[in-house]
Design a protein around this ligand. Sequence first.
Ligand SMILES: [Zn+2]
Length: 235
Amino acid sequence: MNYRYIREAAYEANMQLPKLGLVLFTFGNVSEADRDKGVFAIKPSGVPYEQLSPEKMVIVDFDGNKVEGSLNPSSDTLTHAVLYKHWEEIGGIVHTHSTYATAWAQSQRDIPIFGTTHADYNTVDIPCAPPMSDEMIQGNYEYETGFQIINCFKERGLDYKEVEMILVGNHAPFTWGKNATKAVHNSAVLEQIAKMAFLTEQINPNAPRLKDALIKKHYERKHGPDSYYGQPDYH
Ligand SMILES: [Zn+2]
């Protein structure tokens, strides 16, 4: 089997989505890239999770051309391709319509940083890109979705290596990471942060954002040069 490593990695990561309760039916897709070969493996379109296998993953290049596979790749493939092409240090991407994160996307709101769970992963609110323009929607929609994400990060001065998640307004979340496993982890974390933020606003509509000292403390505990969370060399 060609591209065995990324086929298996993409397969395993895709299979995590239903297990984590992040997808319904055939919703959602994960990909894993091989930077040396300039390709990624992605879920085929419309195939139920229980029928997936590493062999059924589709190999696509960073321009969205199919390189190997008998099935059609996920309908969101071009969004993955654009992100891999422009953000050279990511190795895995996930797209789901997980309930709470999607509800924030539909509300066109950033997820405010309310607590330390959020601060362990991000020092900023989770960005919600604006809904796409009519021209982008009527053009090459999935391709333009990738640019909507990249443009939002540019406009806000965000670094994709620092913030590994976004909501696309009126649509749903995308997450990424150094590989597909990390990107799936980020999707599950995002869903949990989205749920907690929703509940926080229900209990107290005027809940304040997390104070700076706690944001800094929690993020640096896990990510700073003096991080001390977990075990040495075991991230
Ligand atoms: Zn979608």
